[in-house]
Ligand binder design. Structure first.
Ligand SMILES: NC(=O)c1ccc[n+]([C@@H]2O[C@H](COP(=O)([O-])OP(=O)(O)OC[C@H]3O[C@@H](n4cnc5c(N)ncnc54)[C@H](OP(=O)(O)O)[C@@H]3O)[C@@H](O)[C@H]2O)c1
Length: 287
């Protein structure tokens, strides 16, 4: 598995997104644990989660607890695994997603995540989404405090624009290590954020890289150019999509979600797929 850098950590160039294992349509726990173990077997050492990846109001942190359990029951070495969680989003249990970016909330959410993950410090803590009710500097200031207090080892942000990336990095005193934004064949408007990350040497984690849970299976029929390149290599269009992202910049680390071992095994193999300049140009040009 090719490695890439997040702050002072070397992680697999393909991460595992935990969301499909905890929200609507999720599998039973045994299949989720098998999926996480399959990712670890394939050399994946970055797992993305959030306290808000749960279904019902009374099970905040469902996905964090699942990941903690899967890591604890894995037979191999997990010392190099970086668990990246987030705070600032909430799910009241009616299917909606709400926000709270207040410093007091973020600090209490981080404490709760820390307990669920059973770690001394959270490896990477990401501010999930700017809250329009709270000045961005206040929310990021809380993340800086958590970093200074040693509750979190590294700090990231998500759903940020280029100005917010620069502002967050300034507030954190140059210690911003990652930006997680939506990026996929159908959603390319995060190119400017990717470029800022590339310039600053900050990891860029595309979320819903395959188009999201309900669209990922149809990637090849939605985007014919990906199916064409996939056919030429005898691999899946999803694998081509991830290899295309990896080729964009050394700071890119996609985090495809999975709820089945086969999905993450196939995605992890994207790290070995080399596309030609012509193929990359054809995928860049397609919509
Ligand atoms: N920061 C944010 O605001 C934010 C928002 C959304 C998501 N995220 C993060 O980003 C991660 C990824 O996004 P996502 O899960 O929404 O969407 P996604 O990665 O675009 O799609 C996930 C779906 O892709 C399928 N899949 C994965 N690899 C495949 C392969 N090689 N071939 C065929 N199908 C494959 C999986 O199917 P199976 O379920 O059948 O395995 C899974 O349900 C999330 O899990 C979460 O960690 C962050």
């Amino acid at each position: 598995m090719q490695l890439r850098r997040i702050g002072d950590s070397q992680v697999s160039s393909i991460g595992l997104g935990g969301m499909p294992m905890s929200i609507e349509g999720r599998p039973d726990e045994a299949r989720s644990v098998a999926t996480i173990h399959a990712a670890l077997d394939a050399g994946v050492t970055l797992i993305d989660t959030a306290d808000a990846y749960h279904l019902y109001a009374d099970e905040v942190g469902h996905n964090e607890s699942l990941i903690a359990k899967a890591l604890a029951t894995y037979g191999g070495d997990t010392s190099e695994v970086l668990v990246a969680t987030k705070g600032g989003h909430l799910r009241p249990g009616d299917g909606s997603w709400t926000q709270d970016g207040s410093p007091a909330y973020l600090k209490s959410a981080c404490e709760a995540s820390l307990k669920r993950l059973g770690a001394e410090a959270i490896g990477l803590y990401q501010f999930h989404r700017p809250d329009p009710k709270v000045p961005y500097a206040d929310s990021v200031g809380a993340i800086r405090d958590l970093l200074d207090e040693g509750k979190i080892r590294m700090a990231g942000i998500s759903n940020a624009n280029p100005d917010q990336i620069r502002e967050a990095n300034d507030i954190l005193g140059g210690r911003l290590v990652s930006v997680q934004n939506q990026f996929s064949p159908a959603f390319r408007s995060s190119e400017p954020e990717l470029q800022v990350c590339d310039q600053l040497g900050i990891a860029f984690l595309p979320w819903s890289p395959l188009g999201g849970i309900s669209n990922a299976g149809d990637l090849g029929s939605r985007h014919a150019a990906f199916a064409t390149v996939a056919q030429a290599h005898g691999v899946s269009p999803q694998r081509v999509c991830l290899a295309w992202m990896l080729a964009k910049s050394p700071v890119v680390i996609p985090i495809p979600g999975a709820s089945r071992p086969e999905s993450i095994r196939d995605s992890a193999a994207a790290t070995e797929l080399v596309l030609s300049a012509e193929e990359i140009a054809s995928l860049d040009a397609t919509s």
